[in-house]
Design a protein around this ligand. Sequence first.
Ligand SMILES: Cc1ncc(COP(=O)(O)O)c(C=O)c1O
Length: 298
Amino acid sequence: MSELNNIPSEKCSIVERLSINDQVSNLFIKRDDLIHPLISGNKWRKLKLNVLHVQQNNLNGILTFGGAYSNHLLAVAMAGKIYAIPTAGIVRGDELNAQSNLMLSLCDSLGMKLKFVSREEYQYKEESEYKQELLTEFVNYWIVPEGGGNYQGVIGCMDILLETSNDFDFVCVSQGTTATSLGILLAIPATTKLLVCPALKGFDSISEMTKKLARFGFDKEYIDEKMSQVIVLNSDDLGGYGKATEELKLFSNQFTRNTNIPIDLTYNAKSLYKLEEYIQTKKLYESKILYVHTGGFS
Ligand SMILES: Cc1ncc(COP(=O)(O)O)c(C=O)c1O
């Protein structure tokens, strides 16, 4: 249990050489999955500055949102336990309860107050009026959006690259809210290309990333310059969010057998599959490439 009670900083900066075939010699993997068993990968990066904000401003707790199997909810619950910050989770689905599955019961046992709301109500999670209403129940709590993709989340993700040599030709990462990929994009030099692989079918990465940077107040020229570094690896043919083709499952099992590195099907298996395909198509055998392992369970 002791490893659950702290975030070992020495585990944050592990970069290993990754061997996928004999032709590719300069491929590395950033093992953010090793940071913590429950606040793994990008979860801790996105939460770190949110935790700091709550501590510095003497706020009463963190309130956030998630589905029935949300890795993010569990990470927030665990962070709350470690840093003695009360946590509340607004869960999509009023048919659920704290014993509906292992993820929710872990959140509950870590002290997170779970509030189950209808799918209809959950849709209001970004509306300021709804958030104000929640704050009357959870007074002086800091509201973190679903997936942890706020400004603090993005800036926290810059560290993923800043603690490496940061001299790669390509960096590759999977994408959900875009917070992790944006943090990496802000951290890399202009000579590095960022390969993003969205887990959601039909997701418009370029438009979503651009919108978020604009919302954070970056000016248009800087945004255009940064976005010109982004290349999207579309994974729509691999099953869509929460699904996986047989080919993807086979790839994932083989990858773990060959490297001894566990990966989840929703995010990392898809992006690693697409990265390998991209390397082969573009014959990037000499390029220095970093793959960022973002952790995850399913
Ligand atoms: C394991 C894993 N990888 C990648 C992502 C995508 O990260 P982001 O939402 O910051 O784009 C997520 C979602 O948070 C995730 O759980």
